[in-house]
Design a protein around this ligand. Structure first.
Ligand code: AMP
Ligand code: GLY
Length: 423
């Protein structure tokens, strides 16, 4: 079966690499892809949000499945539009993708169905939001734009000034456009974060290895929020007891809630959790694979990814085996100097080895462009994600850093403390 993967980052590269191992995978296409992905898939220059363009490409190439990977096309309804034209798609419907597309929707869902989450109120009027903040007078406070905001729509305000400024920039200055016309203001949660990516066909839930992202740009969780600077899996603090609670108190109730709302979710549901003193609590849902969580979670997946995706779409997930491999994975992101604020592109990347830099390592391309001489140039903020497997987390991390040290480009930086907080 030929497959089209929609998207262009390190996550998509990891999905493609895993699909290539599937026994029934034929030609894999990617739109738009990137320089490094082009070594593993036939890249076609169609934007990831161009619904008619993706549908036309899927028909032209007669693919048996389109994997809609990023959040924005899912929230726009790409999976529904493809299915309506008879093109099988992996990814939730527009109505189900609202679980990520609207924070007001997801918070209200959790409140209605008793799913543990931070206490909150939502507002569509900036004056009322400001009045609430003043009356509460509890900091830090968390302010979230309702809609998608390229991962930048969450502000953790340490005092009233910062909180009011966040409300103003989202609701009045429209920093994120219509995404900020409503905001959620919620309680600040303390604890350890875990990301659980789970396959679900709306009947069963099959979690992949629990992982931990590192969202801040600099060591010690300093600096601005990024798309993610590195990941480890499995998460050492996500014990079997925690997993059992999450399944009973969060995962299954969420699936049932979405069914009860007439929004059955089929695809990958990402649970962003905080392990708190009162147990696991949902920070957020995403309607898709996380980036760079996918780069550690898929290498640890035992089962056949194409088979699992088809089973999700056909609501027979319980009939296939997903499974987890033994061992651990770590991914360290090599980013462009200045990311996430402002950075230059087009620098030659030295030291890339198509076979991985060291045994057990694989380099996923997040933002690279093919150079005229056959090498690669930097083409984004996050440039590469270097994943390595090991029997233990320290071993996986050592290999990942050893591989990463062989690669260089002007201004390159990475965090040097991935995983350290929980080792
Ligand atoms: P999000 O963009 O929703 O993934 O949020 C970005 C990050 O903000 C999360 O990964 C958390 O680290 C942090 N965050 C979001 N909500 C809360 C909260 N209620 N309490 C503490 N941290 C939070
Ligand atoms: N790494 C977080 C996300 O994909 O949203």
């Amino acid at each position: 079966m030929d497959i089209l993967v929609v998207g262009s980052g390190g996550r998509e590269h990891a999905v493609i690499r895993k699909l290539k191992e599937s026994k029934n995978a034929g030609t894999i296409y990617c739109c738009p892809g990137n320089g490094g992905i082009a070594a593993d898939a036939a890249c076609v220059d169609v934007s990831a949000t161009d619904i008619p363009g993706v549908a036309a490409l899927a028909k032209e190439k007669k693919v048996g499945l389109v994997v809609v990977t990023p959040d924005d096309p899912l929230v726009l309804g790409m999976a529904d539009a493809l299915e309506a034209q008879g093109i099988p798609a992996f990814g939730p419907s527009k109505r189900a993708a609202a679980i990520e597309g609207s924070k007001v929707f997801s918070k209200d869902l959790m409140r209605r169905y008793g799913i543990p989450t931070a206490r909150y109120e939502s507002f569509d009027d900036p004056a009322r939001a400001a009045a609430y903040l003043r009356a509460q007078n509890r900091y830090p406070a968390v302010i979230k734009a309702d809609g998608l905001a390229l991962g930048k729509g969450v502000v953790i305000a340490k005092d009233e000034n910062e909180a009011l400024e966040a409300v103003r920039s989202m609701m009045e200055d429209k920093k994120f456009g219509e995404s900020g016309s409503r905001v959620v203001i919620e309680e600040f949660l303390e604890g350890v974060e875990v990301s659980v990516l789970a396959f679900t066909d709306s009947v069963s839930v099959v979690p992949m290895a629990p992982s931990m992202d590192h969202k801040r740009a600099l060591d010690g969780d300093e600096g601005p929020n990024t798309g993610g600077m590195g990941t480890i899996a499995p998460h050492p603090l996500y014990t079997p007891e925690v997993e059992k609670r999450c399944m009973e108190e969060i995962f299954l109730p969420t699936i049932r809630a979405m069914n009860a709302e007439g929004r059955p979710f089929q695809g990958v549901l990402y649970f962003g959790l905080m392990l708190t003193g009162r147990g696991p609590v949902v920070i957020e849902y995403n309607c898709r694979f996380g980036d760079p969580e996918t780069q550690v979670v898929l290498p640890l997946l035992e089962g056949d990814l194409l088979e699992i995706m088809l089973a999700v779409r056909e609501k027979r997930l319980a009939s296939v085996s997903a499974g987890r491999k033994e061992g651990c994975a770590a991914c360290v992101v090599l980013a462009s100097g200045g990311y996430p604020v402002s950075y230059q592109k087009g620098f030659p990347i030295r030291g890339l080895d198509p076979d991985g830099q060291v045994p057990g390592a694989v380099v996923y391309h997040a933002g690279t462009v093919r150079a005229a001489d056959g090498g690669f140039l930097t083409g984004g903020g996050r440039v590469l994600g270097v994943t390595a497997l090991g029997e233990t987390l320290p071993e996986a991390l050592d290999r990942s850093y050893a591989a990463l040290r062989k690669i260089s480009f002007e201004g390159a930086f990475c965090r040097s403390d991935i995983g350290q907080k929980v080792l």
